[in-house]
Design a protein around this ligand. Structure first.
Ligand code: 5AD
Ligand code: FES
Length: 374
């Protein structure tokens, strides 16, 4: 019986699944129904292996063996929201709150610059202390001090006017995970004060303002079905984000989802490969969450089609406090250690960390798309 299963796993990809993967690789497009069938076929070993091979080849065509690094600065863990999955949610009274000063943030940038970072990602909870005026001043200082660097914001939802002002101040990119493309699922992950429509509208506004935009979702979030994942993929196919952050859901004890099971490495990696094939040039991080559920999760993510890593540049003193989920890695290491660790990890799988700004390569991806069908 056992031998049968193994054989089936190795050989047993249906012809239909193989054809779906080949179509995805050829056209970088699948219909909603086809995406659902592909999600349902995964993450069986044979399908995952074929997807990974295709995604790896495509990523090498566009980005070679280069992996971009982004320095993550976790600047505040105050948050007005109460997402059911997140460890820094407002209702978590055990969370020791902090916010970095402008001087501290600039010191992180300085250290990061010396370590070769040319993108700084300012991430935080939705913290009203960071008014437009304060953020404009901060972005201005970073751009003045490090004119060859890109500034990425990951500060949640703000008004259209605020997004515009921050863009004017010099921010280049904005990461705002859509979390789930299904309204009912969104509502089961967030309290009533948060709105699915507003989330999606924010992404469109960001794009219209000229930001490079990142969306994304958690894999294995409570209540997530194959249909939800297929809808996420269809959204990504249609939105064509510049970046896409996906990682496994990991429970945090002080949240309503504290006893829910975590997402898996296999499913996350499977979805990374699909996303690479759907949006060939997308900047796709192998996330810290992926490195948290498996000691070589980030390496596996890169091998499956990811091309970005985001080492932590936050001061070590605050790292443990930015605990979105349990057992987060890299909370005890200095920035230089994380940088060195990741460079070594990437080298161990034949990849090289590069230090340019690493803007999205739209043209090459588009060229490839345009040739499809000719
Ligand atoms: N597990 C994994 N990822 C999480 N995030 C928040 N909480 C968790 C968790 N418990 C993700 C969300 C958010 C991003 C900053 O971190 O997708 O958008
Ligand atoms: Fe932070 Fe390895 S990446 S210690």
């Amino acid at each position: 019986m056992r031998r049968m299963t193994t054989e089936k796993e190795q050989m047993g990809m249906s012809q239909a699944t193989r054809e779906l993967i080949e179509k995805l690789d050829r056209d970088h497009w699948l219909s909603d129904e086809e995406l659902l069938a592909l999600v349902k076929a995964g993450p069986a070993k044979a399908a995952a292996a074929l997807l990974e091979e295709k995604a790896d080849r495509l990523r090498r065509t566009i980005y070679g063996n280069q992996v971009y690094v982004r320095g993550l600065i976790e600047m505040t863990n105050y948050c007005k929201n109460d997402c059911y999955y997140c460890g820094i949610r407002r209702s978590n009274r055990d969370c020791d709150r902090y916010r970095l000063t402008e001087e501290q943030i600039l010191a992180c940038c300085r250290e990061g610059y010396e370590l070769g970072f040319r993108t700084f990602v300012l991430q935080g909870g939705e913290d009203a202390w960071f008014t437009d005026e304060r953020l404009e001043a901060l972005i201005g200082e970073i751009k003045k001090g490090f004119p060859d660097c890109a500034v990425t914001l990951s500060l949640g939802e703000r008004s259209a006017e605020s997004f515009e002002r921050l863009r004017q101040a010099g921010a280049d990119r904005y990461l705002l995970r859509h979390e789930t493309a299904t309204k009912s699922h969104y509502e089961s992950l967030h309290p009533e004060t948060m709105s699915f429509e507003n989330r999606m509208a924010s992404l469109r506004i960001l794009r219209s303002l000229g930001y490079q935009v990142g969306c994304g979702f958690m894999v294995g979030s409570p209540g997530q079905t194959a249909e939800h994942l297929a809808a996420d993929l269809a959204f990504i196919r249609d939105f064509q984000p510049d970046m896409c952050g996906i990682g496994p859901f990991i429970p945090h004890h002080a949240t309503p989802f504290g006893n829910e099971p975590a997402g898996t490495l296999e499913q996350t990696v499977y979805l990374l490969s699909i996303i690479r094939l759907l949006v060939p040039g997308v900047l796709l991080p192998a996330t810290t969450a992926l490195g948290t559920i498996d000691p070589v999760g980030r390496e596996k993510g890169i091998l499956a089609g990811a091309n970005v890593v985001m080492p932590n540049l936050s001061p070590v003193a605050v790292r443990k406090k930015y605990e979105l989920y349990e057992n987060k890695i890299c909370t005890g290491e200095e920035s230089a250690q994380c940088r060195g660790c990741l460079a070594g990890r990437m080298a161990s799988i034949g990849f090289e960390i590069v230090t340019d700004r690493g803007d999205v390569k739209r043209t090459q991806a588009a060229c490839r798309k345009q040739t499809v069908g000719k």
